[in-house]
Design a protein around this ligand. Structure first.
Ligand code: PLP
Length: 380
């Protein structure tokens, strides 16, 4: 059976990226590797739309989040963290661990924080040193308006803007410099079409000044952005990098550059719209009021039991989708279209949903979901 991943990390890896990583290992101090790393650094600036450094860390996305918090903030520094799902919750946990002073703003799952609410919070807490946001909250498939939120922070305060862009980068328009973001993180196994193992962290000049301030006591070692930035300046890394993954990243970034970042964003927006159309045509309800272009969360229809549905997808059709988390376990499921996906993949996933739903006895006119997807791309 052919297996297909429709999960928001790990995501499918293109054949040319996989092949590039199968080449014999090279030494990371050889000029050959430094040339690759230099190109990766350059293309990462393009990906994040920045002239600032984007460092490559050998860890998953969470390591990038921890590197940011532990490099930027010390004990007693106040940080606002928006919790609108699993990953916003993680920001809060990291802030509490490293500063002990977290103003956590809880937002109901499936909704995004508004700029007005953030403005109120900043006025209530004028001593805020940083604001942690999530661009695409993967647990709820919900996007927030980072451009507007970052603008509010810049107008109201000197606080740093930290963005978890882990499923937004490569799916949603994102402009690090123009929007005034200070730190943005992504991970290799999401929009970058790579296996897990790398975190990419963009760092603004303001954030670099804080990280490199004289007399600053360090709370970390392996995850030190100070060390990573220092090496980055010479297209180097402080420790042995994940050589093969960086070679794969070079290939993946070249693909993104060739497609053009605006086209990559537009492709995700269009795939997401077709996926939503296919699901609603099957009589299913969408979960998010502000849908992400990376992942589509859908309510399980009345009477459809998650385990039976998931087993029919996985074992009869070779399809893996993501389950709901926490309170939404068994209530919603999530379809990813992040990274290496095209229009025909959307026909595949909606076709697979039809087959699995039929198998467990949920009825609808065969082909109604697939028709909606075709019409989304081709017109009626
Ligand atoms: C996947 C993900 C993370 C965590 O990344 P890991 O690579 O699992 O450490 C953080 N934030 C968001 C929004 C994610 O989608």
């Amino acid at each position: 059976m052919k297996k297909r991943l429709f999960t928001p990390g790990p995501t499918p890896v293109p054949e040319n990226v996989m092949l590039s990583m199968a080449a014999p290992i090279i030494h990371h101090r050889n000029p050959e590797f430094m040339e690759i790393l230099q190109r990766v650094h350059e293309n990462l600036r393009y990906l994040f739309q920045t002239t600032q450094p984007v460092v490559v860390l050998s860890c998953s996305g969470t390591g990038g989040m921890e590197a940011a918090i532990s490099s930027l903030f010390g004990k007693g520094e106040k940080v606002i963290s928006v919790n609108a799902g699993k990953f916003g919750e993680r920001w809060g946990e990291l802030v509490r661990l490293y500063t002990g002073d977290c103003i956590e703003e809880s937002v109901p799952w499936g909704r995004a924080v508004t700029p007005e609410r953030l403005k109120e919070l900043l006025r209530e807490h004028p001593d805020t040193r940083g604001v942690c946001l999530t661009h695409s909250e993967t647990s709820t498939g919900t996007a927030s308006d980072i451009q507007a939120l970052a603008a509010v922070v810049r107008e109201e305060s000197d606080a740093l803007v930290l963005v978890d862009g882990i499923t937004a980068i490569g799916a949603h328009e994102f402009r690090f410099d123009d929007w005034g973001v200070d730190v943005c993180i992504t991970g290799s196994q999401k929009g970058l079409m790579m296996p897990p193992g790398l975190a990419l962290v963009a760092v603004s000049e303001r954030a670099q000044d804080i990280i490199n301030a004289p007399g600053r006591t360090s709370q970390n070692f392996y995850l030190s952005l100070q060390k990573a930035l220092k090496s980055h300046a010479g297209d180097d890394t402080p420790f042995t990098p994940a050589v093969s993954l960086i070679i794969g990243l070079d290939e993946a970034l070249t693909m993104i550059r060739e497609e053009g970042i605006e086209n990559v964003w537009a492709r995700h927006e269009s795939l997401a719209a077709a996926c939503r159309a296919g699901c609603t045509a099957l009589g299913m309800e969408l979960f998010s009021s502000s849908p992400s272009f990376a992942v589509t969360p859908v309510w399980l229809p009345e009477g459809v039991e998650w385990n039976a549905f998931n087993n029919a997808l996985k074992y009869s059709n070779g399809i893996t989708v993501a389950a709901g988390q926490d309170d939404y376990k068994g209530k919603i499921f999530r379809i990813s279209h992040l990274g290496y996906y095209d229009e025909l993949d959307m026909l595949t996933i909606i076709g697979a949903l039809e087959r699995a739903l039929r198998e467990i006895g949920y009825n609808f006119p065969a082909g109604s979901g697939v028709t909606a997807v075709q019409q989304a791309f081709l017109g009626s």
